[in-house]
Design a protein around this ligand. Structure first.
Ligand SMILES: Nc1nc2c(ncn2[C@@H]2O[C@H](COP(=O)(O)OP(=O)(O)O)[C@@H](O)[C@H]2O)c(=O)[nH]1
Ligand SMILES: [Mg+2]
Length: 397
């Protein structure tokens, strides 16, 4: 082993090698990784061992699933997703951070549950400008949630399908402690937040070798592409893959390669909702929160449910952040009151499909009414790009 890692880390590595059970191996390897100083010379060791760790965790999860697979019931944690879904999370403490109070302020739901410990999710609908957003108030996360403490696995698995995670932070308490707990449990559950999906695609093949291709200029922009390629190959190999084509589409780190090899990895957007801003001495904590986290969180909001302080334009802010636009369907001149929410840069065909498959199959043409456009009414085809507030009338054959 390299001399760059120090005696403590070496000892930890030996303990990892000596460990006999899977749980023990995981614990020791985590310990080792945390002890390795992070710099250029140790980059590969860290990446390789993170990859190993991910593999061990997958094995552990498989064991657990197998042990559980007898007698399946529907979990009280599973929530039917309706439209856009926001999930509130926080760490666990009595009194609570204020999630249920926020849910109640925004949706009117769950008033009786404020100030109480809730073991299962509470749900409400936040409405603005005829748009409905589902808000889910999750039970708090305890330390070790990602390993199952306090129903943590059930809680965290619900986050995988949501549109936005809202990390709720009590401004009257230590904010770093709360953020660290949430961020650690998310990371350990293979949920990455506010980072782009790694620009890489790994496909197993029958070719009996691992080939790496760099498909864009940014991907090739690496001073030492040859050794970087070797490192990628090693990491892929370490994951038990012997034959693969690896395509890199952009600038990428070895950490991202490791992430890309974890099949369960999801990439989510997240914001921070700071609570109890009415309490004394919370202003300094709010400033600190922004200082520490605004690099990774472009939305950090200060709130107080006691004073009913909450941004009026929350809904619009969220839609913009999630890159959603609203369009209005129209039939024989009657424009729908409720908009449809679609992804930015969606096309006419996406709208047709969203209404009903038959609109796509029998599509003839569409009329787009765009108030600020020079030509207000325009006849268009399936590939026409939609803009916010467009009115669309689809004609079928
Ligand atoms: N001062 C103050 N107290 C709050 C605020 N929001 C919630 N609380 C109190 O904090 C406690 C926990 O609130 P709750 O919404 O149940 O938190 P949860 O456990 O995260 O759902 C309750 O006693 C609330 O009255 C706030 O904005 N200001
Ligand atoms: Mg609650």
């Amino acid at each position: 082993m390299s001399s760059n890692i120090g005696p403590e880390a070496k000892a930890a590595y030996q303990r990892y090698l000596d460990a006999s059970s899977l749980d023990e191996k995981i614990k020791r390897l985590e310990e080792f990784i945390s002890l390795v100083p992070k710099h250029k010379a140790t980059e590969k060791i860290v990446a390789l061992n993170k990859s190993r760790l991910a593999k061990l965790r997958r094995q552990q999860e498989e064991h657990r699933q197998r042990a559980k697979s007898t007698g399946k019931i529907v979990s009280p944690f599973s929530i039917k997703k309706e439209g856009i879904q926001l999930i509130l999370i926080s760490d666990y403490r009595t009194p609570g951070v204020g999630k249920t109070s926020l849910l109640n302020l925004l949706t009117g739901a769950a008033k009786e549950q404020i100030g109480k410990f809730t073991a299962i999710p509470e749900i409400g609908i936040y409405t603005f400008n005829e748009i409905r957003i589902q808000i889910v108030d999750m039970p708090s996360l305890m330390e070790g949630a990602s390993t199952g403490v306090g129903n943590g696995k059930e809680i965290l698995s619900q986050l995988r399908a949501c549109d936005l995670i809202c990390l709720c932070v009590d401004l009257s308490r230590n904010i770093k402690e709360q953020m660290n707990l949430m961020l650690t449990e998310l990371t350990n559950s293979d949920i990455r937040i506010n980072v782009p999906v790694p620009p890489i695609n790994i496909e197993k093949t029958g070719s009996n070798k691992i080939q790496v291709f760099y498909l864009t200029k940014e991907a090739k922009n690496n001073p030492d592409l040859v050794s970087f390629t070797e490192k990628i190959k090693e990491i892929v190999h370490e994951n038990g893959i012997r034959n693969a084509v690896v395509k890199v589409f952009g600038s990428i780190t070895l950490e991202q390669v490791v992430d890309a090899l974890i099949p369960a990895m999801v990439y989510k957007k997240a914001i921070i909702l700071a609570t109890k801003g009415d309490l004394p001495h919370t202003e300094a904590n709010f400033q600190l929160l922004k200082e520490l986290y605004s690099n990774n969180f472009s939305i950090i909001l200060g709130t107080s449910t006691k004073k009913r302080n909450f941004p009026d334009d929350f809904g619009d802010m969220i839609l913009k952040y999630l890159e959603k636009i609203k369009v209005y369907t129209s039939q024989s001149g009657n424009v729908a009151e409720k908009p449809l929410l679609i992804d930015k840069a969606s096309k006419v065909k996406d709208v047709a499909l969203k209404i009903h498959r038959s609109f796509l199959e029998n599509f003839d043409y569409a009329i787009i009414i765009r108030k600020e456009a020079r030509q207000k009414r325009k006849k268009v085809g399936l590939d026409y790009e939609m803009k916010d507030n467009d009115i669309i009338e689809i004609h079928t054959i």
